[in-house]
Design a protein around this ligand. Structure first.
Ligand SMILES: Cc1cc2nc3c(=O)[nH]c(=O)nc-3n(C[C@H](O)[C@H](O)[C@H](O)COP(=O)(O)OP(=O)(O)OC[C@H]3O[C@@H](n4cnc5c(N)ncnc54)[C@H](O)[C@@H]3O)c2cc1C
Length: 259
């Protein structure tokens, strides 16, 4: 089974994220890049499916040069090889542009299953899986907290507001996974060393036959026209409990019409 897992590098949520003043895109140099949390669950699920059904796991990442660290992390977890879409022309791509670029790369990689996280921690559009499935003309199974494969049939338990749906389709397909679908493994020292030798193919816009007019700032359908820092959080109300803390708290809640 050829499994491709889409892995995004995002700014470390522990550090302050800034937008660049020149083109209002995220300043990815101002913060450490880390693997998107839900992409770790996606890599783990891909590895478990490979262990159960055989085959190969390929990491696919669109990002600047520094995204190589994140690719190495996924290879250290156990993925076999990687494709890194890297080109200045991709900078500032919106979700539509990113989905076009990833789909073009996927047309060059044979796949039975494409695995994604259900959302990223920086943009959180949560639309890549659907857009990719549309562009590739294959079924999409999203928000999976359980994935089962039987020959060329895939079925998932899909998380919903009211519980679960059981969703089934035929491979090839696109699946997105939610948090807690599994427990991502930590790369072993052996895995980290092996990752250094695993092949990473770098593709630019031309090699991947990406339409440059559909990506980057020029190809984006959405544009950040302005931004402002969030107002500093107002200090809360401190209630000193001199035996009447409960009453004071109830009065405060009543004054805010919470009760
Ligand atoms: C703060 C901010 C706001 C943004 N707002 C918008 C917006 O409103 N509209 C818009 O169209 N674009 C927006 N973008 C751009 C958008 O983030 C990128 O195009 C992004 O690559 C795709 O969207 P996402 O991360 O939200 O995808 P999501 O659908 O949230 O990501 C889900 C999964 O898609 C895969 N994935 C996402 N990006 C990549 C990648 N580069 N390489 C490999 N796999 C990937 C991963 O598996 C990830 O787990 C914004 C970016 C930022 C930083």
């Amino acid at each position: 089974m050829n499994i491709v897992v889409c892995v995004k590098q995002v700014p470390d949520t522990a550090t302050e994220r800034k937008l660049r003043s020149d083109d209002k895109t995220l300043d990815r140099d101002a913060a450490d890049g880390v693997i998107n949390e839900l992409c770790e669950y996606a890599v783990e699920e891909a590895l478990r499916l490979k262990e159960a059904h055989g085959g190969e796991v390929t990491v696919l990442t669109m990002g600047p040069d520094k995204a190589s660290d994140t690719i190495r992390k996924a290879l250290a977890m156990g993925a076999d090889k990687a494709v890194h879409l890297v080109d200045d022309a991709l900078h500032g791509s919106d979700a539509l542009g990113t989905s076009h670029a990833l789909a073009q790369a996927l047309k060059k990689i044979s796949f039975d299953l494409v695995v994604l996280g259900s959302e990223s921690t920086d943009a959180r559009t949560g639309v890549l899986a659907a857009m990719l499935a549309e562009r590739l003309g294959v079924p999409q199974l999203t928000f999976a907290n359980q994935v089962q494969i039987d020959k060329d049939a895939i079925s998932i338990q899909r998380v919903t507001d009211y519980g679960y749906d059981r969703v089934e389709a035929s491979l090839p397909a696109v699946v997105s996974v939610v948090e807690k679908i599994n427990e991502p493994r930590y790369p072993s020292f052996k895995g980290i060393m092996a990752a250094k030798k695993k092949p990473v193919e770098k593709l630019g816009v031309a090699e991947a036959e990406i339409d440059a007019s559909q990506v980057g700032l020029v190809g984006s359908w959405s544009e950040v026209v302005d931004f402002a820092a969030a107002p500093p959080r107002a200090a809360g109300t401190v209630v000193k409990d001199e035996g009447d803390g409960g009453v004071k708290a109830a009065d405060f809640l009543a004054s805010k019409k919470f009760v």
